[in-house]
Design a binder for this molecule. Structure first.
Ligand code: 5GP
Ligand code: SF4
Ligand code: MG
Length: 457
């Protein structure tokens, strides 16, 4: 998912909309914006792309000087309008709205507790658990209540919370999910990625720190540390695949990291090819790095239809397969008679890779050598990136050679975790500030809900 928030601008809702457009790649299932004019809150949300949800006059109804917004893809809870965000909650003390990127590992556990104590839930999303935890903290300064409530949750979370006269932004203690702070004239902005700032003309001030809460009011930005400083575990997959190349995430430009990943791939995992092709859009930067390092020509051998959303957003395997066919075409005049080095960012289920290899062969490629700019994805993400279950992950149960055969490639190689970390400048074996759990099975948090589920089966 993607979140955006702005405080202190007369066109808060419109800017939130534009910011969310820049974050649309982070979720296409639902979108919503809540604004405030200081005495009332206004909200509009719905299923689909921003352009579907905000068609004509809806933005004009979102008055006020502050707003938050959300684009969603579901990692927890089904894709229903009830689960669209921001989620509003009214207590006797105040109204507030909340939007969340990430996934909690103890939402189920907390929800059972909250329900036993009388909380009534309207959605199946873990975001509502956070809203109820905040409501239960009682009366007082909202930032204090939020700081106390988020100490109870565990997992990946980047939150934006809006009440009548304040905006609160929170980043989880490990920094699993990204979040940045920016400035637009007198207004303050926060977003999942800095590309949203470029879009609205704001400048990047800094990353929100892991374990930091920002309390933004007309008096400015106050920083509150709600969790003790500890080792960072920022998500590498944001750099590998999820984030936009023009974003800076935790001080690294995403395009530059991907290009470096491609260079390392070429150096350590060379392939006997005539041309290099990256799978658009996410692997274009890595392919450029691979071409540069190997000296092979970079070609546009695959054309993507811009109007088809990311395939993994589609819920069923059948639709995913169909989505891939709609999405990509091979350029025959480029690949015919050539040995192709195909660069992709990751293999999750393996269906995309097989289809692309077939596409290239169908267009006359002599050989297809697949190089992946990340390690084998062996274990599910519990922090908000992945929707795949372990039994859907092809690398969870299959060797690299078995995967090679499954995707029908002439050769297949991945980066190692050490090589991945080298792209950020970390020598092999040194401590790194990253989560690599989907590649290593070493999760930075406990997995409470998972244990709970296993106990109930
Ligand atoms: P797959 O191997 O699952 O067919 O497709 C992998 C490719 O599609 C990756 O290159 C990535 O760009 C994207 N992708 C497809 N499904 C998912 C998913 O569930 N999670 C993530 N992170 N990426 C996916
Ligand atoms: Fe990112 Fe993988 Fe960690 Fe999930 S498990 S937060 S995708 S690095
Ligand atoms: Mg891809």
């Amino acid at each position: 998912c993607g979140v955006f928030g702005i405080f202190g601008h007369p066109r808060a809702a419109a800017l939130t909309y534009y910011g969310l457009v820049a974050l649309q790649h982070r979720g296409q299932e639902a979108a919503g914006i809540t604004s405030t004019d200081g005495s009332r809150m206004y909200s509009h949300k719905g299923l689909g792309l921003l352009t579907d949800v905000f068609r004509a006059g809806e933005l004009e109804g979102l008055h006020g000087h502050a707003a938050i917004g959300h684009v969603r893809y579901s990692t927890a809870g089904s894709n229903t309008i009830q689960n669209a965000q921001p989620i509003a909650l009214a207590t006797h003390a105040r109204n507030f709205a909340i939007a969340h990127n990430g996934n909690l590992v103890n939402a189920r556990f907390l929800r059972i507790q909250l329900e036993e104590q009388g909380s009534l839930f309207q959605t199946t999303s873990d975001t509502e658990v956070i809203a109820h935890l905040i409501a239960k903290e009682g009366v007082g300064d909202l930032a204090d209540l939020v700081a106390r409530a988020v100490q109870k949750i565990e997992g990946g979370f980047a939150l934006v919370i809006l009440s009548d006269d304040e905006l609160i932004a929170v980043r989880d203690p490990f920094g699993l999910r990204p979040m940045v702070l920016g400035r637009l004239g007198d207004a303050h902005v926060v977003a999942s990625e800095s590309c949203a700032f470029e879009t609205v003309g704001a400048t990047l001030v800094r990353d929100v720190e892991p374990g930091e809460l920002l309390h933004i009011t007309r008096h400015g930005v106050r920083s509150v540390r709600f969790a003790p400083r500890r080792a960072r575990r920022m998500c590498t997959f944001e750099h590998v695949y999820f984030a936009r190349p023009d974003s800076d995430v935790d001080g690294w430009n995403v395009h530059s990291v991907r290009k470096q990943l491609g260079r390392i791939l070429a150096e350590r995992h060379p392939a006997p090819g005539d041309i290099v092709i990256g799978v658009p859009d996410s692997s274009v930067s890595a392919a450029a790095g691979y071409a540069e390092q190997s000296g092979l020509p970079l070609e546009t051998g695959l054309i993507k239809n811009k109007y088809i959303a990311r395939t993994f957003i589609q819920p069923s395997q059948e639709l995913r397969d169909l989505g891939v066919r709609l999405k990509l075409n091979a350029v025959r005049s480029v690949v015919e008679g050539k040995r192709v080095v195909l660069i992709d960012d990751s293999i999750v289920r393996g269906t995309t890779s097989r289809r692309i290899v077939r596409l290239l062969r169908g267009a006359g490629a002599l050989e297809v050598h697949v190089r992946i700019s990340s390690p084998p994805y062996v274990s599910p993400c519990h922090y908000g990136i992945d929707t795949a279950k372990e039994d859907e992950l092809i690398a969870a149960r299959h060797s690299i050679d078995e995967i090679r055969r499954a995707i029908e490639a002439d050769s297949l190689e991945f980066l190692t975790v050490d090589e991945l970390m080298q792209a950020f400048g970390f020598p092999p074996g040194s401590p790194v500030p990253f989560c690599n759990a989907c590649f290593t099975r070493r999760y930075p948090t406990s997995l409470i809900d998972q244990t709970l589920n296993e106990g109930m089966e």
